[in-house]
Ligand binder design. Structure first.
Ligand SMILES: NC(=O)c1ccc[n+]([C@@H]2O[C@H](COP(=O)([O-])OP(=O)(O)OC[C@H]3O[C@@H](n4cnc5c(N)ncnc54)[C@H](OP(=O)(O)O)[C@@H]3O)[C@@H](O)[C@H]2O)c1
Length: 228
């Protein structure tokens, strides 16, 4: 129990993570780029959940946006700027935005909230297996998800004794992003014979938040796709 902030809490994974933390008794704040989006997600989760507008693609605005937050026990950063970009059709504007969200915005959120961390507070950053399994169009996503491991390692010392870890989900089959897509090629590659689920990502996130010995690590929740 404590105060949980889910940056990207309107998303396919962020919202169920926020709902889970609220259901177990945390005081929860969810963020979106817009006030309306954040407040709608907060209302969907339930009474007492707060919605806040935070745009990680504009890092210079983050400190003011997070001013209403006074204390933090659990900080989960799921936000992403979706982009498909190959080298041949490299979208410079989308690449700068997407990298800014994960590689600058995530850091700035941690910097701003660091002094409001309560004892035993911890942070979970969201990457993804595109880090190790590039696909056509994943150039930007593969690059910034690969950067998050280094980010966790450099921040672990600087936020000590608080902890920071990265979770790399595989393709989450029942998330809004993938549930209408039949026969994803990772099913055939997966030793568990299916894609991972939202519930498994929520559970792994809670594990990283709770377990007081894990720090500066990258946890893959992908059903073993990377072993095949
Ligand atoms: N779903 C999967 O299968 C999967 C697989 C591997 C990795 N992942 C990773 O898991 C994380 C969550 O994925 P998801 O499926 O939940 O994504 P999603 O449904 O697209 O949600 C993305 C979230 O990011 C927020 N966001 C977008 N741009 C933002 C910005 N500039 N500043 C602040 N927030 C912003 C969105 O809020 P608004 O649109 O309301 O502003 C939304 O809450 C991502 O980092 C993704 O890379 C997901």
């Amino acid at each position: 129990m404590g105060t949980a902030i889910v940056v990207g809490g309107t998303g396919g994974l962020g919202l169920p993570i926020a709902a889970h933390l609220a259901a177990r008794g945390d005081t929860v704040v969810v963020t979106s780029r817009t006030k309306d989006g954040a407040e709608a997600a907060a209302a969907e989760i339930g009474a007492g959940v707060q919605g806040l507008a935070v745009d990680l693609s504009k890092p210079e605005t983050i400190e003011a946006a997070l001013a209403p937050i006074t204390e933090v026990d659990h900080l989960v950063l799921t936000a992403m700027h979706p982009t498909m970009s190959t080298l041949a059709e490299f979208d410079v504007v989308a690449a700068v935005t997407a990298h800014t969200v994960k590689l600058v915005g995530y850091v700035e959120v941690v910097r701003v909230l660091r002094d409001r961390f309560r004892p035993n507070a911890s942070v979970v950053l969201f990457g993804g297996v595109a880090k190790d399994l590039p696909y056509p169009g994943s150039t930007v996503v593969t690059t910034h998800n690969a950067g998050l491991g280094g980010l966790a390692k450099t921040l672990a010392g600087q936020i000590a004794p608080h902890r920071i870890n990265v979770i790399h989900p595989g393709v989450v089959g029942d998330s809004p992003r993938w549930r209408e897509v039949p026969n994803h090629p990772h099913v055939a590659r997966s030793p568990i014979g299916r894609l991972v689920t939202v519930a498994e990502i929520v559970d792994a996130t809670e594990f990283l938040l709770r377990n007081s010995g894990i720090n500066g690590q990258e946890l893959y929740v992908e059903g073993g796709v990377l072993t095949s």
